[in-house]
Design a binder for this molecule. Sequence first.
Ligand code: UFG
Length: 347
Amino acid sequence: MSEKILVTGGAGYIGSHCVLELVEAGYTPVVIDNFHNAIRGGKALPESIRRVQEIVGTEILFQELDLLDEASLQELFKKHRFLAVMHFAGLKAVGESVQMPLQYYKVNLTGTIRLLEAMKAHEVKNIVFSSSATVYGDPAYLPLDENHPVGGCTNPYGKSKYFIEEIIRDVCKAEPDWNAVLLRYFNPIGAHKSGRIGEDPQGIPNNLMPYVAQVAVGRRECLNVFGNDYNTVDGTGVRDYIHVVDLAKGHIAALEKLKENCGCKIYNLGTGTGCSVLQMVKAMEKASGKEIKYKIVARREGDVASCYANPRLAEQELGWKAAFGLDQMCEDLWRWQSQNPTGFSKN
Ligand code: UFG
């Protein structure tokens, strides 16, 4: 019998790519999602999961479930015996989090606490958590290693990631037989090579590459570049973009680490290379063969000039390293965007 992994928020962009890799690695993912960001497909399944099924050729166990629904969560843990939990569920829009902090803290923090309680009650002691490089705040030095001070970010979304890290660390301290891997993602982009699953933001994309892809496909007129007066190669913001499939494979490596009874571990998932906004625009023009119109506008509040990882620890301790380069990321993003100009919805 293959080992069952609970995947919260498994219908989302990163979650669905991890579900696919879990199946490929021989695990049985059990996906829960509350459809906050996911589009419904046929047979009560999210469209993203329906397509993962199509790619892997096996059925994926799915249940519509909100982590704040304690009773249903308990039932789920009674029904399945999980080896580990991969926790992706949560609200993730930085700007929105500033407008509605309570909502963000309720969903992200309370949702996680309910999940940890259910794990404790049912003796599931292994968790991989979807954290973010945002916990580092404004970098004091670059590249960012895992020892860089944390807690410096200023928006409720980023703080919720930091608080959850602390909660999980404390649980691991109190429960010595628990294992946790906290993965600090840099900027995931791209899509599975099939072009069948990818990022599908609802409304106006907050993040650079989904926006760029929508300009390339003709869904939006022009990219706003948030500032060109940073102290960077061309004045625009520099980030560490990582292929979402590399990121997903990092989660499988984390799962293997949990099996070593590793206690609480923290790893950056990045490539170690920074790219500017204008370099990304160029790379996407090359991949798509389309012109991407842009204009320079004011800086976005809360943005840092540069942010990129030192990814060595993950390489040393997880045996994981990003394999895909920028061209591949853009080509895969373009395949997804051009074959699904309106994302998972049909119109
Ligand atoms: N940018 C633009 N125009 C846009 C969107 C973004 O110029 O329309 C620029 C930003 O100013 C920044 C770069 O593109 O320089 C990347 O911006 P993203 O919004 O794509 O990514 P961020 O690095 O700001 O944020 C991401 C995640 C957050 C996470 C953070 C961690 O979206 O969830 O990384 O570092 F917290």
